[in-house]
Ligand binder design. Structure first.
Ligand code: ADQ
Length: 475
């Protein structure tokens, strides 16, 4: 066992919740990153004596733990080679595609696996150093799946939770992974293993039974030493009231009007907002829309598609290829179908502050969210939270985790272009009463299940875990 620290709650995630900013005079500052996880966990971090362990970005830089805006942050250093092998390689070119239905072909490289193990061990060691005796440690996401068991080996006194933000695949796909058993055993170091959907938890339990051979009963796994591990569904959400307040503000209202005006005050605005990722189904969505313009269903003077796609993981080959494909499609569609001052698709590679996101959500009549596979998808929940007057239609892929909660959306199969076209037309021509009925129901769901409920729900269960007594020695 290593010496313990003083944090009652430790968050372990690939990234620290801050981004490094270098001012014009060269001084280094940290700025809170815009991600939802930070806002979800900040209140609980403050209630407990919390610490957050993560990679600060950058390479080969030893940084001391520091306090930023009252949060204790513990940086973990990665070398340039580790960024390439652990982060871009094993995390984003092996696990990400494998866990997303093999939408792209996962690459299995032995040296990437070695880096993954090494980096996970480093995170586990940092967590072991800062956690107080009996503390709760909440480990996040696919980059950190070995941390729970590595940490338990170092600190058996801790309560360890794990949450996976992406889908957990069925055995038929997971079994491709050469290190499948090690990953399952890594996760089993946790007391609670959380997923967005019950299906993910079931896939996990089934794999543990068949691959590792442990006893399971429903959502409970019993390890040979008697320790129970629970697998459960904890669907993540957003700070719904915060988004709604933002959407109601005069600034955002004015900005939403300005956006529509800049688009030529069309009758109808369709919107897509995604990280530029091949799982998000941007290509088939734009193709479906382009076909509707080409066949005269929509006219570019009356209907506009705004697609915001923030570039990400640009050093991974598959992402560069996909970006080129989408750029080409948009170029062709606008060249063929646009008119002067009226592109068929307004395509933007920008990252926006939350105010601008809220204004875009307010400006849109139809939000189109069509991932091939998505753990949850927060964009559609943000859209719903911003539609406080119960208008606005949502076209949503049935393969997004959010489809389980937002069943009143126009649900589509992104592989079925004709089906998507039909749903977009239905949403565009629906009776306003029908749109209101659907939006009201979705708003109820999103406001009742917000991110605070998600975080406190998970942590309350983790807190209630009974520590294992050391085995009684018989004389
Ligand atoms: P992501 O794949 O990143 O998250 P998503 O859930 O949609 O996907 O979250 C994206 C977030 O980024 C949203 O909060 C959105 O507002 C923001 N965003 C998107 N484009 C932006 C832009 N141009 N500018 C600024 N902000 C932008 C992973 C999983 C998801 C799961 C989440 C949380 O893949 O399935 O929902 O984690 O668990």
């Amino acid at each position: 066992m290593t010496a313990s620290g003083s944090a009652d709650l430790v968050i372990v995630a690939n990234r620290l919740p801050v981004d490094r900013v270098v001012d014009t005079d060269g001084t280094l500052r940290w700025r809170r990153s815009p991600g939802g996880l930070v806002s979800a966990l900040e209140p609980v971090m403050r209630v407990h004596q919390g610490a957050w362990i993560g990679w600060p970005g950058g390479t080969d830089e030893e940084l001391e733990p520091f306090v930023e805006d009252g949060l204790q942050l513990v940086p973990v250093t990665l070398s340039a080679r580790e960024v390439e092998e652990f982060y871009e390689g094993f995390s984003n070119a092996t696990l990400w595609p494998l866990y997303h239905d093999v939408v792209a072909k996962p690459l299995f490289k032995r040296e990437w696996w070695e880096a993954y193990k090494r980096v996970n061990q480093r995170f586990a060691e940092r967590a072991a150093e800062v956690a107080a005796p009996g503390a709760m440690v909440w480990v996040h996401d696919y980059q950190m799946q070995l941390v729970p068991q590595m940490l338990r080996d170092l600190r058996p006194d801790l309560k360890i939770g794990f949450f996976l933000h992406i889908p957990f695949p069925p055995a038929e796909l997971f079994n491709q992974l050469p290190w499948r058993r090690q990953v399952l055993e890594g996760l089993l170091g946790a007391d609670i293993v959380g997923f967005h959907l019950p299906g993910g938890a079931q896939n996990f339990v089934r794999l543990v039974r068949t691959r590792v051979g442990h006893k399971t009963h429903r959502d409970l796994i019993t390890l040979p030493d008697g320790r129970p591990v629970r697998a459960g569904a904890y669907p993540i959400s957003i700070d719904a009231s915060d988004f709604e307040d933002l959407a109601r503000s005069p600034e955002v209202t004015r900005r939403a009007e300005a956006i529509r005006k800049a688009l030529g005050n069309p009758k109808r605005v369709l919107l897509g907002v995604d990280r530029l990722d091949y799982t998000k189904g941007i290509y088939p969505r734009l193709r479906a829309y382009a076909e509707l313009v080409a066949d005269g269903t929509f006219d570019v003077e009356a209907t506009v598609f705004v697609q915001v796609a923030t570039p990400s993981r640009e050093r991974v080959d598959e992402y560069r290829r996909m970006r080129d494909e989408i750029d080409m499609l948009v170029g062709r569609v606008n060249g063929d179908l646009g008119r002067i001052g009226r592109p068929a698709i307004s395509y933007l590679h920008s990252s926006y502050p939350r105010e601008e996101m809220a204004a875009l959500y307010r400006a849109a009549d139809i939000m189109v969210v069509t991932p091939y596979r998505d753990g949850m998808n927060l964009v559609c929940k943000e859209y719903v939270a911003c539609r406080y007057d119960n208008d606005g239609a949502l076209v949503l892929s049935e393969f997004a985790g959010a489809a389980h909660e937002l069943s009143q959306a126009w649900l589509v199969n992104p592989y079925d272009i004709n089906g998507m076209k039909a749903a977009i037309v239905e949403a565009a021509t629906a009776d306003p009463k029908e749109i209101t009925r659907r939006m009201k129901a979705m708003r109820k769901t999103v406001s009742e299940h917000d991110v605070d409920r998600w975080a406190t729900g998970f942590l309350d269960e983790l807190d209630a875990v009974k520590p294992m007594k050391p085995p009684i020695r018989r004389r």
